[in-house]
Design a protein around this ligand. Structure first.
Ligand code: BTN
Length: 253
């Protein structure tokens, strides 16, 4: 079990609910909002039996190895569909990981945290009443992954962060989310453009409704959507994820 005494000592004014095993921290956080929980409330779990990922995927949530956290956001006024909030949360996780390890994850637009071209953390945002719930999963201590995600998933430990514990990652994460959720859209976009190798000049393949677009990234539009230019010079604004790196020599499908 995570050391809640250590965590509460560093985050004394936060309401933190920690569960041994629940379906998803998102559903518990949504219920807490309905029951009147204030912004800033955090729900975490040792294990999720039905962890929710983006695009209808599930989130692998084995006991005691990852951080599975939902935060009821304080102060972020944009809608849950705005990519700026997704970018802000990605930057926050990147900063938290960089602060407590010597690893600096890349961010695949909008907010997949990547180490060695594999995903080490994933984020989703969901509107609930007047609030947005940020759902953050960070693979911290995993030594292995099930075969179906082994090629695409990694953990901080597998990337060399050892020894490592979940508590400092959690504390850094909460502080970084607070910081980035107060930032202006302009600052968020600027920092994303500076830090993500996916922002500009990256050859990518994007799954769109019913077809695949191959092209080169060309930065963000003012709302934080990704712009991709195909080989005929046609520019498309990407409205949701499904972006994958296409390395030179890789077959486009
Ligand atoms: C993604 O697919 O990249 C997003 C994954 C988000 C997973 C986290 S784990 C904590 C929170 N509870 C969930 O059920 N999902 C999010």
């Amino acid at each position: 079990m995570i050391d809640l005494i250590k965590i509460r000592a560093q985050l004394p004014h936060r309401r933190i609910e920690w569960h041994e095993s629940i379906d998803s921290t998102m559903t518990v956080a949504a219920q807490l909002i309905k029951d009147g929980a204030p912004a800033g409330t955090i729900v975490g779990a040792e294990r999720q039996t039905a962890g929710i990922g983006r695009h209808g995927h599930s989130w692998h949530s084995p006991t005691g190895t990852g951080l599975y956290v939902s935060i009821i956001l304080n102060g972020f006024r944009a809608s849950a569909n705005s990519p700026l909030i997704m970018l802000a949360l990605g930057l926050a996780v990147r900063q938290a990981v960089a602060e407590v390890t010597d690893l600096v994850p890349d961010i695949r637009w909008p907010n997949d945290l990547m180490l060695r071209d594999k995903k080490c953390a994933g984020i989703l945002a969901q509107a609930e009443g007047p609030f947005i719930i940020a759902g953050i999963g960070i693979n911290v201590l995993q030594r292995e992954f099930p075969p179906e995600i082994d090629a695409s998933a990694t953990s901080l430990r597998l990337c060399g962060a050892f020894p490592i514990a979940r508590e400092p990652v959690f504390i850094a994460l909460v502080n970084a989310v607070d910081e980035y959720c107060q930032m202006s859209g302009e600052k968020i976009s600027d920092e994303f453009l500076r830090t993500s190798s996916y922002a500009y000049g990256r050859r990518v393949q994007v799954d769109l409704d019913g077809h695949t677009l191959a092209g080169t990234t060309q930065g963000l539009d003012p709302s934080g959507f990704l712009i991709v230019q195909d080989d005929n010079g046609q520019r498309t604004t990407i409205l949701s994820g499904g972006v994958r790196a296409l390395e030179i020599g890789m077959k486009e499908i």
